[in-house]
Design a protein around this ligand. Structure first.
Ligand SMILES: O=P(O)(O)OC[C@@]1(O)O[C@H](CO)[C@@H](O)[C@@H]1O
Length: 310
């Protein structure tokens, strides 16, 4: 069974407005409030693809309660660790010209909360693969993510990392099965750009040398991605345009779709990349994760090629 960990979940408030102006109030045309956080988005995407997962995370206050209720309403399994304070609300604004994100730090956790989580991992009999996504809440101990990996791996589980954290490089030597950075994160982690095939080759090698087994590198609005398994690199590009509504959950659903196809059939990179790119694109056409209505159609319009070995 796939487990997801969202250490720092969020209620996302997504609004559309007229162009923002400094020192001026703006009235929004619409606002939606959705239960989110990167690992939860992965669980929701799996659910849409007919796969059950168990969502783990720290939740607090009225927002935490709202998220856990929503998770259950969507038919997902959830094992929350309840903490003090209030789970954060993140705000995303599309003003017709740009997207803006205002991300709050989240409710702090204590070593006791961490222990509760480790205990869940230690006793989860069906834990096969743990997907650890997103930021870490305030006051987490510096070794929190390393501990999470150790507890999961001690049970023989694979670990997938999608972290907005400078810890990723440190964790690479623990041999995560897969990491999913975007182009900004890849550059921040390994210090090299990923604008050309050759630059991607260099960055991928650095990731593998550091210990990472597989890398799915997405490049946001460019509509393309690379996957490297340490032997070969594939490049996928979507051959259609989308009407962007909100790119916020697109990366998380891209990861879920890729894992859905690839995890049990590692030779099927091409199909996995097609599904991943199609899903990410479709999600960006709606607020939240949307209904995946165009995924099948879009999958047929993603070109995938293997890069020459050098
Ligand atoms: O602060 P983090 O954990 O890195 O990111 C949180 C977040 O931006 O990630 C999701 C989109 O990927 C949103 O639903 C959520 O608000």
């Amino acid at each position: 069974m796939f487990y997801t960990l969202t250490a720092n979940p969020a209620v996302d408030m997504t609004v559309s407005s007229s162009p923002l102006e400094p020192d001026e109030n703006v009235r929004t045309g619409s606002a939606s409030y959705t239960a989110n956080g990167k690992g939860l988005d992965v669980s929701f995407a799996f659910k849409k693809m007919g796969v059950d997962t168990v969502a783990l995370g720290f939740f607090a206050g009225f927002t935490g309660k709202f998220i856990v209720e929503e998770v259950m309403n969507l038919g997902c399994l959830c094992r929350p660790v309840w903490t003090d304070g209030i789970t954060r609300i993140n705000t995303y604004v599309n003003d017709g010209q740009h997207e803006y994100g205002i991300l709050n730090p989240g409710a702090p956790i204590t070593p006791q909360h961490q222990e509760e989580l480790y205990n869940i991992l230690d006793t989860a009999g069906d834990l096969e693969c743990l997907i650890v996504s997103g930021s870490v809440p305030p006051k987490a101990t510096p070794d929190f993510l390393a501990q999470v990996m150790e507890h999961a791996q001690a049970r023989g589980a694979d670990v997938v990392l999608d972290l907005s954290s400078d810890k990723l490089k440190e964790l690479a030597h623990k041999k995560p099965l897969l990491i999913k950075p975007n182009h900004h994160e890849m550059k921040a982690i390994f210090g090299v750009p990923v604008d050309t095939d050759d630059e991607v080759r260099v960055a991928m090698k650095m990731a593998h040398d550091a210990g990472v087994q597989n890398v799915l590198l997405t490049r946001g609005s460019r509509g393309d991605a690379y996957f490297s398994n340490g032997e070969d690199i594939w490049y996928a590009k979507r051959e259609f345009n989308i009407k962007l509504v909100s790119s916020v959950c697109a990366g998380d659903c891209t990861l879920a779709a890729f894992l859905h196809k690839w995890y049990r059939d590692r030779d099927n990179v091409e199909e996995a990349m097609k599904l991943a790119m199609a899903t990410g694109a479709n999600v960006a056409e709606s607020v939240g994760i949307g209904d995946f209505g165009h995924v099948d159609e879009y999958s047929k319009r993603v070109a995938v090629r293997k890069l020459d070995r050098q």
